[in-house]
Design a protein around this ligand. Sequence first.
Ligand code: AMP
Length: 210
Amino acid sequence: MNVILLGPPGSGKGTQSSYLVKKYKLNHISTGDILRTEISSGTKLGKQARKYMIEGNLVPDQLIIDMVSKKLKKFDSVLLDGFPRTLSQAVALDLEFSKLFMKINHVLYFDVPSDELIQRLSQRLSCRNCASTFIKSEKIVCNSKPSCKEPELYQREDDKPDAISIRMKNYTDLTAPLLDFYNDKNLMKKIDANESINQVSNQIDKIMQI
Ligand code: AMP
């Protein structure tokens, strides 16, 4: 099974990914996590991507498409988190899937009101070790497996106010058109992602069992 998580920054795609990967035995491809690892490893791709990411802008399509295409060849069931984010990425994904005789089963759209998103992002801390995210004011309990003994928390550069506004605008201008693209293909399923983590997981389970 191949699933795409689509939704604005802060809509909970990463949080639900951890659940879905375990439950449905999917291979997680998070383009944001891959790029952050490339940056911390100091690779050429990391150096190219960094300037776009800290500003809150999208990394150029071709860099992302090449990066994801390499990953897709390794797996037969994937959870795509943060990809595609533009129409050209979506078209490139269709082409890549057809070459690999793979197909998209579900596109899950995480719907959250924009004021809630801004609140979530500005309160968010991320762990350098396992990429889990936490809310500033809450007790930190790492649920990743194996769990981090000492989560190393930081605020992402792109979770700061200026970058958040650019990311939201990019989402509206470049990513939101994908909703129609996948709706037209009858693949789009809308999730009310303003509910609790467990309620969102339950909504997804119902869809995955269809
Ligand atoms: P995320 O962790 O998904 O919020 O992604 C963090 C940042 O990585 C984004 O703001 C972009 O700069 C970059 N990025 C991640 N995925 C993509 C993508 N599919 N296309 C372009 N840039 C991306």
